[in-house]
Design a protein. Structure first.
Length: 139
């Protein structure tokens, strides 16, 4: 897998990937999420391509000066369990570290046991916190 920065012409393929991975839900418009990301730290929006140039993976990172965040880590179901998610995480961690980021946070649905196990396997621990959220815009 080759990792590169997202380009606008990747949008349809990335949204299809997210749908195939079950990451799209009614409260988030994936096209709006992409355009929001492109306006802030677009270098932290990465995709993975196979040897034929097909998009098979993605990750969005962000850093606001205090904590880094991970969103939309996805690997196409037919390509999972080959280390691609680990490679994307390593690359985003490097980029965040280069920006001075001291810690990365991420959120996983508590029902997603496979993803929880993945993050634990690559060194992420569950913080003793409760996550809150408030929608400022309805998609």
């Amino acid at each position: 897998m080759q990792i590169r920065t997202f380009r606008l012409q990747d949008q349809d393929a990335v949204i299809r990937l997210w749908k195939d991975c079950g990451l799209v839900n009614p409260q988030n418009d994936p096209a709006k999420d992409i355009h929001r990301k492109l306006s802030i730290q677009p270098a932290l929006f990465l995709i993975g391509e196979d040897s034929n140039g097909k998009i098979i993976a993605s990750i969005m990172g962000g850093y606001e000066g205090h904590r880094g965040w991970i969103n939309y880590l996805a690997v196409h179901p037919s390509c999972q369990r080959r280390g691609f998610a680990r490679l994307l995480m390593q690359e985003i961690e490097i980029r965040l570290q280069e920006m001075g980021c001291p810690k990365i946070n991420l959120q996983v649905r508590d029902s997603n046991a496979d993803v929880l196990a993945f993050y634990h396997a690559i060194g992420y621990l569950q913080d003793p916190v409760i996550s809150f959220g408030k929608r400022l815009e309805q998609d």
